[in-house]
Design a protein around this ligand. Structure first.
Ligand code: HSE
Length: 434
């Protein structure tokens, strides 16, 4: 780290992810400084071509990315070029120059990770690659740190965002493969050569990394059995749906006394299973540990900002480790900032209300009138038929957004209506759409 306690980073590669990393570093300066326990500064950018519309702030710009690895001011080299040629030479040089390394390059880690990690360990520098697997999902950290007390015997997941996006659009909207692939490329999800996304290579690279972390084995690039989504036809998706299944491209790894099994392939999943409903660019990784049981992490698997989120987290992690340890609450205790808490009564929700009322004309309109007088609008309303012999009916309604205090006052008034029983249920509805 620089003497003045700055963490200087050099970013090589200014594609979708590189630009998103630069944007976070330049726009979230104070937040990153608190979390890294020192300012994080973009010092040097390695961009092999000129891009007139790119702005890198005060950073030095080099056309030869090796200059970034040689720059004595750079503490952490962030490799976002991709591929296994220039990126390999660059990372080797950076390690030899005593730099820490962050990369999103799954092909490189799967193919050369054993060598690069050993070199980094010998050189006493850190190498991190959270963004290499499942984009914004922090699965590497979970396997490496959070599940350290578990024997992991199995993991499975949707680990290619482009492939999942294509399968989802084809199966839910009947869109054509080529058209959806072009959209995935335009959205920045696909690899530079999208063949890797559709023939299973990208998912296989990621499975190799996950398996190494989960089972404590060397990275073994040739281990996975590999089949891609390019072998599917729209008819397969339709027939599977008719049988009650969704087709997902899965990576699966298991370990037993007999050995390790690794495979990536399109798979029929019963449509009531959790993974079957992970759609679009989302990824999901399911891990089974002997102590924790089964857990599933779901989140964006590709895209500039989501992947940059993981890259920047690695940078912060490196800074924390350099300081000896990270702060227990994410930022130093002295930097915690108190914020006002919103009183429960002001927190708005949609609401479920269950009432019981006499089965008489006008009751419903009295109830809706009270709600309207508090500007609470009704989204849906159901009146159940009375039980045999009873003259009271359950009334169920869902409201649009309303504060708890408005809702409670309205309920109090509704309870004063002669035809309404005093017992009711009031529950918050959360559609997670905000
Ligand atoms: N092309 C990759 C994907 C990018 O679609 O999953 C994230 O690794």
């Amino acid at each position: 780290m620089s003497d003045d306690k700055l963490l200087n980073i050099g970013v090589c590669g200014v594609g979708t992810v590189g630009l998103a990393v630069i944007d976070i570093v330049n726009s979230q300066t104070a937040m990153l400084a608190d979390r890294a326990t020192c300012p994080v500064q973009l010092t040097h950018v390695g961009a092999r071509r000129e891009h007139v519309d790119h702005h890198y702030g005060d950073a030095l710009v080099s056309r030869d990315v090796m200059d970034v690895a040689r720059d004595p001011n750079v503490d952490v080299l962030v490799e976002l070029i991709g591929g296994t040629t220039v990126a390999y030479d660059l990372i080797k040089l950076a390690i030899a120059e005593g730099k820490h390394v962050v990369t999103a390059n799954k092909a490189l880690i799967a193919e050369h990770g054993n060598e690069l990690i050993a070199l980094a360990e010998t050189a006493g520098v850190q190498i991190r690659f959270e963004a290499a697997v499942a984009g914004g999902i922090p699965i590497i950290k979970v396997l490496r740190e959070s599940l350290a007390a578990n024997q992991i015997t199995e993991l499975a997941g949707i680990i290619n965002g482009t492939g999942n996006f294509i399968l989802t659009e084809m199966s839910t909207k009947g869109r054509a493969f080529d058209e959806v692939l072009a959209e995935a490329q335009a959205l920045g999800y696909a690899e530079a050569d999208p063949t890797f996304d559709i023939d299973g290579t990208d998912a296989a690279h990621k499975l190799v990394i996950l398996s190494s972390l989960a089972f404590g084995i060397p990275l073994s690039i040739d281990a996975p059995v590999k089949q891609g989504i390019n072998e599917l036809t729209p008819a397969d998706l339709e027939y599977a749906a008719a049988l009650g299944y969704r087709v997902k491209h899965l990576g699966i790894a298991r370990v037993s006394e007999a050995g390790v099994e690794m495979r990536v392939h399109p798979t029929l999943i019963p449509d009531n299973k959790q993974l079957a409903s992970v759609d679009g660019v989302l990824n999901a990784v399911m891990v089974s540990g002997d102590a924790v049981g089964e857990l599933v992490l779901v989140g964006p698997g590709a895209g500039g900002a989501a992947t940059a989120s993981s890259v920047c987290a690695d940078v912060v992690d490196i800074a924390r480790n350099m300081m000896g340890s990270g702060p227990a609450l994410g930022v130093p205790a002295t930097q915690l900032v108190a914020k006002p808490f919103i009183p429960a009564g002001d927190i708005a929700s949609e609401w479920y209300v269950r009432l019981t009322a006499a089965d008489r004309p006008g009751v419903m309109s009295d109830i809706t009138h009270v709600l309207a007088s508090h500007e609470i609008s009704i989204e849906s309303l159901v009146q159940k038929p009375p039980a045999t012999g009873a003259d009271e009916v359950p009334i169920i309604l869902l409201t649009h957004l309303a504060s708890e205090s408005a809702m409670k006052v309205a309920m109090k008034e509704i309870m004063l209506l002669e035809e309404v029983h005093s017992e009711y249920a009031l529950l918050r509805v959360e559609a997670f759409e905000h």
